[in-house]
Write a protein that binds this ligand. Sequence first.
Ligand code: SF4
Length: 452
Amino acid sequence: MDSALLLKYDQRVPRYTSYPTAVQFTDTVGEDQHTAWLGEIGGEGPVSLYVHVPFCEVLCWYCGCNTQVGRHQNTFESYTDLVCREIDRVAARLGARPRAAAVHWGGGTPSAIGPARMARIMEKLRQHFDFLPDVEIAVEMDPRVLSPEDIQTLTRDMGVNRTSIGVQDFDAEVQAAVNRVQPYDLVAETVENLRAGGILDLNLDLMYGLPFQARDNFGHSADLAIGLAPERMTLFGYAHVPWMFSHQKLIKENDLPNAEERLILFAEALERLEDAGYVHIGLDHFSKADSEMTIAQREGRLHRNFQGYTTDTAKTLIAFGASAISTLPGGFIQNKSAARDYMNAIKAGGLGTNRGVGLTDEDHLRSHIIERLMCDFHVDLEAVCETFDVPVDHLAGDMAKLDTLVADDLVAVDGWHVDVLPRGRMLVRMACAAFDQYHAPNPDKPAHAKAI
Ligand code: SF4
């Protein structure tokens, strides 16, 4: 892709981990609606569960997650109690006792509260949900705060069978510039301990677009990560949005690669990953050729949720903890973001609800189109409209919004078939935006990271 094209499309678009996106959430959806939607969850299909732990020991300056720095055991203890109370309250409102196919722990750093407290929360989940025998239990881990004993508790006592480790970059200068000093040996030792603990599915995150990254040093980091033989890798682009996360101001903009350099970094890592046998999945995931995710992508069964690309097929996601977002039958619900606000709301006897959005039939249609584009880079609009019982002409205006992408050979349109071409793959979100009824960029108040 040439520089002129890059600049043309270097715009701010959602990551489409949901549709409508979180920008559409409002506080007109509150606790009563939350309660009503929980009551609509029946026992038909299994659900997925998510627990958010909003604490970290040290703040990475690139962080775009909901977290706060601290090591106060009292806060951790009371957060654990309150999440357990939230689980009790949510369970009391459910329409049935659901089965759980997956439990995902994210943050923050879940293990910041200590594995014993995590085990208490897990026990509470098991009280109210029937875990399927092959339940997937995944935890995001930080090698800097994870002892071999912690790993034993997580794998042996809690049944954790999947982990994700944030590496980002192994280069010392890059690590120092983002305040995440985590030498290769530490990561390698953690991976070894996780393998010994029985973790069969390991994901490593790399991040491009950080200060001082260049083709050679980032390529070397990719090689080191590949050498650890993870089952999956993710290659995220750093989103520099200091107006949303003020700590990102600690990263000097002059040290950041520009859009063209970001593309080179991505291409460098991509080449090394593909040479090593990883298959590029969706926008930013890579998995081994024989993995479940690669097979799901090939068969059109890949999905996208708040954790990114997933093979999880559960339609309902019940999320607990500060800022956690649930996908319920009627819409999305998000808990209060700040840990203190969330904890106060639970102490006051509530569910911690902050805001949300109800889903219309139109949202379901567009959500499906956007998910297929993000996962398959292809969508047959005629077939989708037939499923949703809508005349396909309904989408004529949206198709017209693809004209520029088509003229630039980034997208191909054949009748009602839309294909994102290989050279347009990094810009798939631009194609999705054509079908997003709510996307109205406001340059004075940007709500999303740039497309590249
Ligand atoms: S460990 Fe993760 S959540 Fe915590 S500060 Fe770093 S990037 Fe943010």
